[in-house]
Design a protein around this ligand. Structure first.
Ligand SMILES: C[C@](O)(CO)[C@H](O)COP(=O)(O)OP(=O)(O)OC[C@H]1O[C@@H](n2ccc(N)nc2=O)[C@H](O)[C@@H]1O
Ligand SMILES: Nc1ncnc2c1ncn2[C@@H]1O[C@H](COP(=O)(O)OP(=O)(O)OP(=O)(O)O)[C@@H](O)[C@H]1O
Length: 288
């Protein structure tokens, strides 16, 4: 039996540059992992079957599960004649903009690399992962990174300045494909990625707050007014800076001082059922 942690991510900035001939969008994102994580349990089995076990009713338990796809890809690519039971202990809200499914897939890839003695490097695992979803490559490395291409090209960044991250997940789920489909490129409010990278490199907390930005935010806010409402509440309760993560609907607020965290969390709990106060993980985790 093996346990692997699968942390959630947030996008500190997310810019969409253009639509590509393959239908995906060229992006420029600053991403970082936070200490809200699923736990992935891997148990060897006798046959070659892959089985997904989860008690969360929103998590698919068949080939649609990204962790299933991860195991299947490794089996096929490396001719593995072994099966596995993958138990997903879900903590990350589903379809939330926190890359829960992608992180589960990355954790499965890292764990199975060990369990099946494949000897693959993180770069090789990230390449396999990028065939499963745009966020999987980042989730292999974790930490903080600049992601380009369709999200799969990863450049490591230093640990951002220390702060709290308050996550508030409205009770709706959002489809990433839907949001990209509704995006009007000529209307995009582009964040300044270079300034965000600079703020992180200089350890400038105020700079990070000032350059939070997400090109997908206005699309989701227009489709789901409750996300806008939560954003406004989080600002009202005193977060230093507030942004929607990924394609949403989770909104995160940065708070520098612990004394303020409880006020923001308690304020939000009144009308938002899932609220978490977490830390950024900062730098890359050691190998699984
Ligand atoms: C919004 C983010 O979560 C930000 O981190 C990612 O860009 C999305 O990553 P993801 O959920 O892993 O997305 P995928 O499963 O690869 O793609 C889902 C759908 O989103 C759209 N998509 C995704 C990524 C991208 N760079 N351009 C796109 O247009 C495509 O329609 C795709 O079919
Ligand atoms: N292991 C998994 N955990 C959760 N959802 C999964 C998983 N595998 C597949 N899915 C499917 O993927 C959909 C999106 O879920 P997920 O939690 O990965 O979204 P997300 O946080 O918005 O991801 P991203 O930020 O990468 O766009 C779900 O509705 C679900 O049907």
């Amino acid at each position: 039996m093996m346990m692997v942690k699968a942390p959630a991510k947030i996008n500190l900035s997310l810019d969409v540059l253009h639509k590509r001939p393959d239908g995906f969008h060229e992006v420029e994102m600053v991403m970082t992992t936070v200490d809200l994580a699923d736990r992935i349990e891997l148990d060897e089995t006798k046959g070659t079957r892959i089985r997904i076990i989860s008690h969360d009713r929103f998590v698919p338990s068949d080939h649609r599960n990204l962790a299933y796809k991860a195991a299947e890809k490794l089996q096929k690519k490396y001719n593995v004649k072994k099966g596995v039971d993958i138990t997903i202990h879900k903590q990350i809200p589903v379809a939330a903009g926190l890359a829960g499914g992608s992180s589960d897939a990355a954790a499965a890839l890292k764990g199975l690399n060990e369990l099946w003695s494949l000897g693959l490097s993180n770069d090789e695992l990230a390449e396999v992962g990028s065939e499963i979803g745009s966020d999987v490559a980042f989730c292999i490395y974790g930490g903080t990174a600049l992601a380009t291409g369709r999200g799969e090209k990863i450049q490591e960044l230093p640990t951002p300045p220390k702060c709290w991250v308050i996550l508030a997940k409205p009770s709706i789920g959002v489809s990433t494909a839907d949001i990209y489909q509704n995006l009007k490129l000529e209307k995009v409010d582009h964040p300044n990625t270079a300034k965000m990278v600079q703020a992180i490199e200089e350890g400038d907390y105020q700079g990070v707050c000032d350059h939070l930005g997400n090109a997908l935010e206005s699309v989701t806010l227009q489709l789901y007014p409750e996300v806008k409402h939560i954003k406004e509440q989080m600002q009202r309760f005193g977060a230093d800076a507030v942004l929607m993560s990924g394609s949403g609907p989770t909104v995160f607020g940065l708070v520098q001082y612990e004394s303020k965290v409880h006020r923001v969390v308690n304020g939000l709990r009144g009308f938002c059922d899932q609220v978490f106060a977490v830390r950024m993980l900062g730098s890359r985790a050691p190998l699984a």
